[in-house]
Write a protein that binds this ligand. Structure first.
Ligand SMILES: Cc1cc2nc3c(=O)[nH]c(=O)nc-3n(C[C@H](O)[C@H](O)[C@H](O)COP(=O)(O)O)c2cc1C
Length: 368
């Protein structure tokens, strides 16, 4: 009985997340992608037919370097998942499920997640659980979706601000280590919009993790969403918490040879995605910018948007004279504002980043 009550609470919380997500306009939020600039190239010397935007990942080649990142969809979930997944299938991009914890605890909810696979039988799908769960649950989540990979999310700030949230995070790394050694598919450890530091990245690599999505701040903000659920809104002061994807990728530079990094958090358009790819991300995850379109205009609206992103991405790569992602990673990037200050104080060479095209053979590490 207690368990069932918890279940109902979990489901209605997901509804509230969607409602509060819609209430919060993030369009004018400060976004660190605006503090990263490419250097304009007047002579691209390329033809559009030369452009290959594909993401060559160790476990798959994705035709596009961006994907629909994990989102839970409330009890309207079946509809939202169906639309997101239909868009993924129609456009050929990868998609991640939202947290499957509810369906792992209550098998009656399995079909609300399985719709992801049903409408997208041959697409790339990530299963998704939180780090509070162990390897048995990880395997169940993967089997539920016949998934091609697994995401494990880290959301400590969200849990702390959530009135009924978890308070025990003492076994997360242990769970991650066990899951990574038990699961043969790619396992991505991801944040949910608070970013990562080099210290966390180092510890994840030591635990055997090979794939990390730094998911930074600047877009969806779960401190703010959970704070809106509190009658006193007492955590308002914490809403700027965390690192952006830009800063997280700068923090990750030293580890590019040891793991594959994904970037997400605050990606608003194809130019933001290209900046993340140029900073070293293997592919870019998008949640808020796609969810808003699905909620407004359904799967067809999202399909149209994704097709536009594909065209624009190729056009921007052409404009910059980069025919593939590898070449994009040797483009000069000029930092300003907070990311510049951060890099300076953390011993990351912004000067090297701004002049790296002069050293095409140089590796990506920017740590002095
Ligand atoms: C409504 C909503 C629900 C989400 N639920 C999950 C989830 O269940 N599991 C997860 O790993 N991330 C979840 N996320 C986080 C996203 O995957 C992503 O890390 C974060 O939203 C930052 O990206 P964005 O700025 O593009 O939204 C959710 C995001 C949204 C908007």
């Amino acid at each position: 009985m207690e368990w069932q009550k918890g279940q109902v609470a979990m489901e209605s919380r997901k509804d509230e997340h969607i409602r509060l997500f819609q209430k919060k306009d993030t369009a004018n939020l400060e976004n660190d992608f605006d503090s990263v600039r490419f250097v304009h190239q007047s002579l691209p010397e390329l033809n559009l037919t030369d452009i290959d935007p594909s993401a060559r990942l160790p476990f798959a080649d994705w035709p596009q370097p961006f994907f629909i990142n994990g989102m839970t969809g409330g009890s309207e979930k079946t509809k939202i998942y169906e639309q997101l997944s239909r868009a993924a299938a129609a456009t050929g991009i990868a998609i991640a499920s939202g947290s499957q914890k509810a369906a792992i605890k209550n098998p009656e909810l399995r079909d609300t997640f399985q719709i992801l696979r049903k409408v997208n039988p041959s697409g790339f799908i990530f299963a998704n659980i939180g780090a509070e769960l162990g390897k048995e649950e990880a395997v169940r989540a993967i089997d539920m979706l016949e998934a091609d990979g697994l995401q494990i999310h880290l959301n400590a700030p969200q849990e702390i601000v959530m009135p009924e949230g978890d308070r025990d995070f003492s076994r997360w790394l242990n769970h991650i280590e066990q899951i990574v050694s038990a699961v043969k598919l790619p396992v991505v450890v991801k944040e949910v919009g608070f970013g990562m530091s080099r210290n966390v990245i180092h510890r994840l690599l030591q635990a055997g993790v090979g794939y990390i999505d730094v998911s930074g701040k600047g877009g969806t903000n779960f401190i703010s969403i959970e704070n809106m659920r509190r009658s006193g809104h007492e955590f308002g002061y914490l809403e700027g918490w965390g690192q952006s994807a830009v800063i997280s990728l700068l923090e990750a530079q030293k580890y590019f040879g040891s793991a594959t990094f994904f970037a997400s958090g605050g990606v608003r358009n194809p130019l933001d995605a290209l900046k993340a790819l140029s900073l070293g991300a293997g592919a870019v995850g998008v949640s808020a910018s796609f969810l808003r379109v699905v909620l407004d205009t359904g799967a067809d609206g999202l399909i149209e948007l994704i097709e536009n992103w594909k065209k624009q991405l190729a056009g921007l790569m052409l404009m910059m004279g980069a025919c593939n992602l590898e070449q994009l990673r040797h483009q000069d990037l000029v930092l300003s504002g907070f990311p510049y200050q951060w890099a300076k104080l953390r011993g990351i060479s912004a000067e090297m980043l701004a002049n790296r095209s002069l050293r095409p053979a140089a590796k990506l590490s920017l740590i002095r």
